[in-house]
Ligand binder design. Sequence first.
Ligand code: HEC
Length: 133
Amino acid sequence: MRVLILAAALGLTACVPFGPKEANTTPAMDFADYCAGCHGAGGKGDGPAASGLAKKPADLTRLAARNHGAFPTTRVMAQIWGYTGKKGDGVMPDFSPLMQGEMVPFDGGDGIETPTPIRLVALAQYLETIQRK
Ligand code: HEC
């Protein structure tokens, strides 16, 4: 059931643009707007702002490969939302615009559903699609 709800929510984001409040963004657009500056347009950690950082932005296309082939959804959520507690040294900015709008029940892998902003869920799903070996 949980999977169905999530699938439905994600399916919705894939074919129906967000409501007027969210200005019709897609996960790919959110990535370009909020993440690509550091992580690069393709997510490889080579964005224009990367060289100015003390810490190298992660290669987001290798998250699954570095996690024995399984996409680390919970960790990704933790990073972009503080889902299970913020990690790292807080280099990444505040993504509060992504947290506005509809909330959907989301199970990050621990079996507990938490109301989660739909744009963050969609963004995590988008990252999963750019994984490479
Ligand atoms: C200001 C630069 C910057 C921006 C913008 C940024 N990141 Fe990051 N990100 C980093 C750096 C540097 C690291 C590695 C160090 C750390 O964890 O803080 C990182 C790490 C991560 C990780 C952890 C990877 C791992 O190995 O666990 C994820 C996931 C991530 N970023 C996703 C995103 C997403 C999604 C966005 C856009 C919503 C984003 N980042 C925007 C700089 C940035």
